[in-house]
Write a protein that binds this ligand. Structure first.
Ligand code: AHM
Ligand code: MG
Length: 334
């Protein structure tokens, strides 16, 4: 893809008028995320240098050990959004409950809520493998002028107004959509500026990469087992290539560029899989659909699921359209 000279800041301003709500609030919100991403990037990059790697000794609401950088990234994103007085509420994978923001916003005038996974794939930090940040933005459904409620966060994914991810990889990228396609920006670390490097990103309709934790194979539903065998079969353009980083952002980012499917199915150990609907599946599903790909729970569209709890999980199949449809066919017929 061609490198342009357009910066993310310029892109946001130029595309603001094409967005259906033109108050500029969403643009300022994405600008805040851009700023927090740069700060977190700075620390992720020196993870091996300072005493910042390793477990922080705390356990998050999912019962998992939090890494120090998880805690740091969580604080940075939340602080940036609160300081700029730009949203009415934040929910984070690392927080038990949502945060209602009203201290500086006495009249509760802000319209947007943000849901965030501050550092996805954080078990990869200690081994110098890419991690990511995922964000999801909705307009509140309760009236402006009243305190934000749980209802504002429990919206089906098709209501998202924007979603994106930051990938802290060999280079750092911010990829996002406001519902008019997907664009990717690469950080020039020397001057701290994101440049448009991947305009109009699209999943190839078909692909040859499948990404799944095959260590869980025996626990997978029969349809998933059958699909994995299908991927491995010597027939036509198969066998496909297996690639699994264990950082969903990186796995999906690669598959969007090269063509492929990412799967985190339910299993006999986890009845809804591992990934969180609100912080991980919905934003990646919105991006996938905007990039002409597809995202499913194995039977239906991820973005149509009505959430019932902040931290609920969902089986997740995301990637090239034909590949996701194929696995759905195996699920239906199993
Ligand atoms: P995290 O948010 O706690 O980091 O967990 C999510 C990550 C995904 O990025 C990744 O795809 C998955 O967990 C890997 O899980 P597993 O080790 O079970 O394959
Ligand atoms: Mg995560």
């Amino acid at each position: 893809m061609s490198q342009t000279n357009q910066t993310l800041g310029e892109f946001i301003i130029e595309n603001q008028s094409s967005f259906k709500y033109t108050s500029g609030e969403l643009s300022r919100l994405i600008n805040s995320i851009r700023l927090a991403a740069k700060v977190v990037n700075h620390d992720v990059n020196k993870a091996g240098l300072v005493d910042i790697i390793g477990a922080a000794g705390e356990v998050n609401v999912q019962g998992e050990n939090q890494q120090k950088l998880d805690v740091y990234a969580n604080k940075k994103f939340i602080q940036t959004l609160i300081n700029r007085n730009i949203v009415c509420g934040i929910a984070s994978e690392e927080e038990d409950d949502f945060i209602a923001i009203n201290s500086q916003d006495e009249n509760h005038q802000n319209k947007y809520v943000v849901l965030i996974d501050p550092l996805d794939g954080s078990s990869n930090i200690d081994v110098n493998v890419s991690v990511g940040t995922i964000f999801s933005i909705y307009r509140r459904v309760t009236p402006v002028g009243t305190p934000v409620t749980l209802e504002d966060f429990l919206q089906p994914g098709h209501q998202q107004v924007a979603a994106g991810y930051v990938i802290y990889g060999t280079s750092t990228m911010l990829v996002y959509t406001t519902g008019a396609g997907v664009n990717g920006f690469t950080l020039n670390p020397a001057i701290g500026t994101f440049y448009l490097s991947h305009p109009n990103m699209r999943f190839p309709e078909d692909g040859k990469i499948y990404s799944v934790n095959e260590g869980n194979y025996t626990h997978f539903p029969q349809g998933v087992k059958d699909y994995i065998k299908y991927c491995q079969m010597e027939e036509g353009d198969r066998p496909y290539t297996s690639r699994y980083i264990g950082s969903m952002v990186s796995d999906i980012h690669r598959n969007m560029i090269k063509g492929g499917i990412f799967m985190y199915p339910k299993s006999s150990k986890d009845s809804n899989g591992k990934l969180r609907l609100l912080y991980e599946c919905n934003p990646m599903a919105f991006i996938a659909e905007q990039a002409h790909g597809k995202a499913s729970d194995g039977f239906g569209r991820i973005l149509d699921i009505q959430p019932t709890a902040l931290h609920e999980r969902a089986p997740f199949f995301c990637g090239s359209k034909n590949m996701v449809e194929k696995v759905e066919e195996f699920m239906r017929n199993s």
